[in-house]
Design a binder for this molecule. Structure first.
Ligand SMILES: [Zn+2]
Length: 396
């Protein structure tokens, strides 16, 4: 599974390199047949880009474009999206089970969309709950993998002898037959109590799994009467990270589960993003807004987390010598006297964020619009205590 550290290694690929993001999802009819849309798009975008390149680069670029095209004309396994980095000595293929937008670049490796996908779609925990068990999964970028299972065991052997009538046990369910009212009450109380215990244990277990696997949220899937009491068992500070998906899957997990999870996760992510933008726009202390201020604080090592509007299309100038970046028009670096080059935010920001050890979070939808109106980018400053530890830029 692709993670951020691997994406960072793409930044050090030898340049120039061709980067292609392609939506190859076969669920879209236009992507089927001998001339799928993504190939038509690649061809047109390639011609357009080649026309804008310097003479020396055109041949190199065309060679790599042909290489990518012939690879794609061969059989590729069904995927929603893919990314290719191709250069004379480079071939990196990243298969994705998540929607991507078509993009083609030449020069620096373009990791913007990958960083954006990984930042917006974190790894989540999923607990599918029925009467018999809770099954735990990890979900990341369309991939669902089972972590473990916790069976709900209700041992009734000690109950029946003492004070109750005949008790029978079905799969995952306990029921009491032919008994007097008082017995039934005792029995039901015991079952309830046992379920409460099981919920407490399950919640504790789920919490541990979330910590161990670095899961950003937990989605409880099941009938409301099963997942609601379970949700109540989580500690208060974790509750905002628990989401409920009411669905009785009847034991069939895949692909019904993915189908139910995707919209629930999308809702959760967009609520989170919206909340983060609101928070950033509300707190001028401990936060910065706008490209100039954000770039300045970032390069002082003071930014803990950057918040970026997905549609942002801005530029800055960056020194080819010391790497210093800002929005001034200077063509010569005031720090080292080297030449400065125009860099798009999309190209340069992931690299700067990594160098200064800042996390990047992207926001889409309406939240993106609100952030765009406030400058498109901002960030939370580190707390004073930790700033000393993080102020030194990472090498490379
Ligand atoms: Zn410089």
């Amino acid at each position: 599974m692709l993670e951020l550290p691997e994406v960072r290694t793409f930044l050090s690929l030898p340049q120039p390199v061709l980067t292609a993001y392609l939506d190859v999802n076969p669920a879209r009819p236009v992507n089927r047949g001998p001339d799928p849309e993504y190939l038509t798009w690649l061809n047109a975008a390639g011609k357009d880009l080649a026309g804008r390149l310097e003479q020396g680069d055109q041949k190199l670029f065309r060679e790599q474009l042909e290489r990518v095209e012939s690879f794609l004309r061969g059989r590729i396994a069904p995927l929603r999206g893919l990314v290719i980095f191709a250069g004379p000595a480079t071939w990196e293929f990243v298969p994705l089970q998540i929607a991507v937008e078509n993009e083609l670049h030449w020069g620096r490796p373009s990791v913007w969309q990958l960083v954006r996908l990984l930042s917006r779609h974190k790894a989540y925990g999923v607990a599918v709950v029925d009467h018999a068990a809770a099954r735990f999964f990890r979900y990341r970028l369309g991939d669902l993998s089972e972590l473990e299972q916790k069976k709900f065991v209700i041992n009734i052997s000690n109950w029946r002898k003492k004070d109750m009538g005949k008790v029978s046990r079905k799969v995952g369910q306990v029921s009491l037959q032919k008994s007097r009212g008082a017995d039934r009450d005792t029995f039901e109380r015991r079952v309830e109590e046992r379920y409460r215990q099981l919920h407490t244990e399950t919640a504790r277990h789920a919490l541990q799994l979330c910590e161990r696997h670095g899961l950003a949220a937990l989605f409880l899937v099941g009938e409301a009467r099963l997942i609601e009491p379970l949700a109540r068992e989580f500690p208060n500070d974790f509750r905002p990270r628990v989401a409920m998906v009411e669905e009785d899957l009847g034991g069939i997990v895949s692909p019904a589960l993915e189908g139910r999870l995707e919209p629930a996760i999308a809702d959760w992510e967009s609520a989170q993003e919206s909340e983060h933008v609101t928070e950033l726009l509300r707190t001028p202390r401990g936060a910065v807004l706008g490209i100039e201020k954000t770039l300045a604080e970032l390069q002082r090592g003071r930014i803990r987390t950057l918040l970026v509007a997905t549609g942002i299309d801005e530029e800055f100038r960056q020194c080819l010598g010391c790497g210093h970046a800002d929005r001034s028009e200077d063509v010569v670096c005031p720090h080292c006297g080297s030449e400065r080059k125009v860099v798009s935010l999309r190209e340069g920001l992931p690299e700067l964020a990594w160098k200064y050890n800042a996390e990047v979070e992207f926001v889409g939808d309406q939240a993106s619009q609100r952030l765009a109106e406030a400058g498109g980018v901002g960030g939370w400053l580190r707390q004073p205590k930790s700033s000393a530890r993080h102020a030194t830029p990472r090498a490379g």
